[in-house]
Design a protein around this ligand. Structure first.
Ligand code: TMP
Ligand code: ASP
Length: 237
């Protein structure tokens, strides 16, 4: 597989064309961003840890019947993926209150949500990733009603599979964000990445934060926490 020109440079990953029209290469960089890209720092090993973490999780999800864009790991920081036409909507599932939900509704951080909640945000840093609902997605043509049904169904399946996986490793899956795209055959496929950058994970006993909130809140030992999560799950680094 030959790496060709850069197609897109995101905040944490770069996307390259390949000699196969249906495949792309994602390069995981060490850049770590928060607050819609207003703060960016380089954290040693982050690209490698997130690439391997993501590969491990995507393979677990694929095995559980969730179609993902993962194809194969190419190098410490590179992965071969299916080329998707990304839907610019972030699907967020929450099991415990944290982050923007706490700010928006004034509820206590850590409150158990029963059942989970499912929310949509527009992927648009310049607008601050605004909170939207399914009627906006359809009205503005970001996705169809049928695609939304499938995105929600897959998000809830991911929650079921990963809540159990993290629970077995002594971690609470507090919330997470997923992005989907459309593959050349028209199917909805999970894209982007699943790593501690895009979810909240707390130690089950102590509720210590083990995810990107360590960076957002200046708690330190960010990558050390990601590595501990990886080690507890058995991710080979
Ligand atoms: P929030 O509490 O800020 O709405 O975020 C909910 C979860 O989704 C949290 O785990 C972080 C993740 N997330 C991202 O990774 N990127 C985003 O742009 C947004 C809005 C959320
Ligand atoms: N939205 C993500 C975060 O707050 C990334 C970013 O904003 O740069 O962590």
């Amino acid at each position: 597989m030959e790496k060709r020109e850069e197609l897109y440079r995101g905040k944490a990953k770069s996307v390259y064309k390949t000699d196969d029209a249906d495949r792309l290469i994602l390069l995981f960089r060490n850049d770590t961003s928060a607050f819609d890209g207003k703060r960016i720092e380089q954290l040693d090993r982050k690209g490698m840890v997130n690439n391997k973490f993501n590969a491990f999780i995507m393979q677990k999800l694929e095995a559980a019947g969730v179609p993902t864009q993962f194809d194969k790991l190419l190098a410490d920081n590179e992965v071969l993926v299916k080329k998707l036409d990304m839907i610019p909507v972030e699907c967020v599932v929450r099991n415990y209150a944290a982050g923007s939900l706490v700010k928006r509704l004034g509820v206590e951080e850590g409150m158990k949500l029963n059942p989970y909640t499912f929310e949509l945000f527009l992927k648009d840093d310049a607008k601050g990733d605004p909170f939207i609902n399914d009627s906006h997605v359809v009205a503005f043509g970001w996705g169809t009603a049928e695609q939304l049904v499938r995105m929600k169904e897959l998000s809830l399946k991911v929650n079921e599979v990963l809540s159990k996986l993290f629970d077995d490793a002594g971690l609470l899956l507090v919330d997470f964000k997923l992005e989907f795209g459309v593959f050349s055959d028209g199917s909805i496929v999970l894209g982007d990445e699943f790593s501690p950058d895009g979810c909240r994970l707390w130690d089950k006993e102590t509720r210590k934060k083990m995810d990107k909130d360590r960076f957002r809140q200046g708690l330190g030992d960010v990558i050390e926490a990601y590595e501990e999560v990886a080690q507890r799950l058995g991710v080979p680094l």
